[in-house]
Design a protein around this ligand. Structure first.
Ligand SMILES: NC(=O)c1ccc[n+]([C@@H]2O[C@H](COP(=O)([O-])OP(=O)(O)OC[C@H]3O[C@@H](n4cnc5c(N)ncnc54)[C@H](OP(=O)(O)O)[C@@H]3O)[C@@H](O)[C@H]2O)c1
Length: 255
């Protein structure tokens, strides 16, 4: 059975691989046999990760990329193809989550979240799908939603809206791209401490969230390994259009 989760010979591209969940995703995919392209803006961090993957016997390429710039995205895929061949697995993970009350949120604050979390998620997925379709042979896309795409808290209106949109975009793209043998799914993590939320989770709000979790803890990046490998591999070959919540039950009661 474990062979069905093996990714040997597959080329993966992970956006937002310079920290947090993306770093973990890239490490896990490389350990499962994929050749991994690491994409984000902070190139030195990517180089460090590529070196640590290589030290473990894996293969990785660091590519500086701003997902909000389509030319930069296309260049990252070009670099990936030149080094390893067609990207067959995209982990569409880059995201931002600045907080702020909706009542007086400046338009550019709204736009920057939607631009990174939704517009760019679409254009990176489209870039990947166009190249997979052209090459033939299909592939898989794993988007990053959030439990804030199902439930809401105060102070993150554009983030929650962007993640709800990712859940539905995942369905829409899955429906259209099945004909190219491209599966499109999403993972909706619960609360996992990374740079995106460290300040928030270390305060009183974080304590309340942890206590409200049925498992009484935040998640860890490694808690997403199973969902990632299922959606990425042959083991998940009939799964498309779905979003898997990995949240210790946090979203069950709406808190
Ligand atoms: N942690 C959680 O609790 C949680 C829960 C639900 C969903 N998520 C989602 O999981 C994903 C990863 O979040 P994380 O927790 O790992 O946060 P993180 O540690 O802050 O990582 C975010 C990543 O996104 C990259 N990024 C942001 N803007 C970018 C841009 N314009 N171009 C390229 N890369 C960009 C950052 O890289 P650079 O700054 O180097 O570009 C960084 O690597 C996000 O989509 C987030 O919404 C996280």
């Amino acid at each position: 059975m474990t062979d069905r989760f093996d990714l040997s010979g597959k080329v993966a591209l992970v956006t937002g691989a310079s920290s947090g969940l993306g770093k973990r995703f890239a490490t896990v995919l490389a350990a499962s046999g994929a050749q991994v392209v690491l994409a984000a803006r902070r190139a030195e961090r990517l180089e460090e990760l590529a070196a640590s993957i290589a030290a473990e016997g894996g293969e990785a390429l660091a590519v500086a990329c701003d997902v909000t710039d389509r030319k930069s995205v296309a260049a990252a895929f070009e670099a990936a193809e030149a080094r390893f061949g067609t990207v067959r697995l995209l982990v569409n993970n880059a995201g931002i989550a600045p907080g702020g009350a909706a009542i007086d949120m400046p338009e550019d604050a709204w736009r920057s979240v939607i631009s990174t979390n939704l517009d760019a998620a679409f254009s990176v997925a489209q870039e990947a799908a166009q190249r997979m379709a052209k090459a033939g042979g299909g592939g898989a896309i794993v988007n990053l939603a959030s439990i804030l795409g199902f439930t809401v808290i105060k102070g993150v209106a554009p983030y929650a809206a962007s993640k709800a949109a990712i859940v539905h975009l995942t369905r829409a793209l899955a429906l259209e791209w099945a004909r190219y043998d491209i599966r499109v799914n999403a993972i909706a993590p619960g609360w996992i401490e990374t740079e995106i939320n460290a300040d928030f989770l270390s305060g009183a709000a974080g304590d309340a969230i942890r206590k409200a979790n049925p498992m009484r803890r935040f998640g860890e990046p490694a808690d997403l390994d199973g969902a990632l490998l299922l959606l990425s591999s042959e083991a998940g070959r009939y799964i498309t259009g779905t979003t898997i919540a990995v949240d210790g039950g946090q979203s069950l009661s709406g808190s």
